[in-house]
Design a protein around this ligand. Structure first.
Ligand SMILES: [Mg+2]
Ligand SMILES: [Zn+2]
Length: 375
């Protein structure tokens, strides 16, 4: 099984180490490129990082979990860095390289890769034993959902968009990988233990940091069942004349628009994968907007519903990531309004607040105002 595992260092910079033997590093982040990072309090690596001791540190976790960010303080501290994407070849081939580096005088080594299984970690533990050097393991605490959002944000920053399922092979960017890679990792993951031969195993908390430009709030609406219904035989419109607004939508949305609230639309339209033309789908969105009297920027997933392969189908967070990047949203100041569990999960993954459509559109004017003020 091959796990894509190439990551950008997300901009951590350690504070100056003190003069003692122990090197206490705190991570801080510049606000330009950083999209994810350590917990808000400084992360001290004094337990494992020393100036003199020979040691090997193996950093593991989900693809796009921020492993390189955790490796950075070690690299800055002079640790020799081994990473499959840097070295080429397979992960297993790193073990002999690690031995060779140690024997050539590199006494402190840090590796970062996904290392999902006991088997994938064993060659490194065995090699460390032979070298009589302690090896410890750091598990990056990011979840599959955290990794999903990281992967989307990186894709937008690098590729300018969320890639279509068929595009991953073509872009030549090992940072971009299909969502299935994250699911596979979750399935394969065997959590590290000392029993494997590590002297220490630690899980580092993952906390997302948003760059300073992320200041904006927005309300993100689902369309079908939230803003509109269909007068046709499907739950969603298949022609423009099917589009009918649900009660009270126009009034509420007009009021929000007047109040200067940024409103966005996020929709699943898997009918496209079954042959409904995308221009018909877009005409239906445009008709909805026209009925509301507001030109709501919208995104939609045209891909299949069963066995989804894309990042853009809710509850996956591709559409959220696009909005976050494009409008410099601060997710904690955003609200998602929807009618399905997939909308709620989508909101949770993106860090948006969530409200059911029926609750939202039955609010009184005063309540809505208070709600908007709270964003
Ligand atoms: Mg819906
Ligand atoms: Zn999609």
């Amino acid at each position: 099984m091959d796990y894509c595992d190439n990551e950008e260092v997300a901009g951590s910079s350690p504070a100056a180490p003190n003069d003692g033997q122990e090197c206490k590093l705190a991570s801080s982040f510049s606000d330009k490129e950083v999209i994810c990072g350590f917990d808000s309090h400084p992360v001290y690596l004094e337990k494992t990082m020393t100036k003199t001791k020979d040691e090997i540190v193996l950093i593991m976790g989900y693809p796009a979990s921020g492993k390189s960010t955790f490796a950075k303080p070690y690299i800055d501290e002079g640790y020799y860095y081994l990473n499959r994407d840097k070295e080429g070849g397979t992960v297993a081939e790193l073990a002999p390289k690690m031995t060779a580096a140690f024997n050539s005088g590199e006494r402190r080594i840090v590796l970062d890769n996904t290392f999902p299984t006991v088997e994938s970690r064993k060659p490194f533990i065995d090699a460390a034993k032979k070298l009589k050097v302690p090896i410890s393991c750091i598990m990056v605490g990011a979840t599959a959902e955290d990794a999903q959002l990281n992967a989307c944000l990186r894709m937008i920053q690098k590729q300018g968009k969320i890639l279509e399922p068929h595009e991953f092979g073509k872009v030549g960017n090992p940072n971009a990988f299909p969502i299935a890679v994250i699911f596979k990792y979750r399935k394969a993951l065997e959590h590290p233990t000392k029993d494997e031969g590590f002297v220490d195993v630690e899980t580092m908390p993952f906390k997302r940091y948003w760059a300073a430009r992320h200041t904006n709030s927005a309300i993100i609406f689902d369309y079908d069942g939230t803003l509109r219904e269909s007068t046709g035989d499907k739950y969603w419109p298949t022609k423009v004349s099917d589009v009918k607004l649900l009660p009270n939508r126009k009034k509420v949305m007009q009021a929000l628009d007047k109040a200067g609230i940024l409103m966005l639309g996020a929709s699943n339209q898997s009918a496209c994968a079954k042959g409904l033309a995308t221009d018909v789908v877009e005409d239906c969105f445009d008709k909805t907007n026209k009925l509301l009297g507001i030109d709501i920027p919208y995104l939609y997933c045209p891909h299949r519903a069963a066995m989804p392969q894309c990042y853009c189908r809710k509850p996956f967070c591709g559409q959220a990531a696009e909005f976050i990047e494009k409008y410099n949203l601060l997710p904690s100041k955003c609200l998602m309004v929807g009618d399905m569990t997939s909308d709620k999960t989508f909101a949770e993954r993106a860090g948006f607040n969530f409200m059911w459509a029926n609750d939202f559109f039955s609010k009184k004017e005063k309540e809505l105002k208070e709600l908007c003020d709270s964003l």
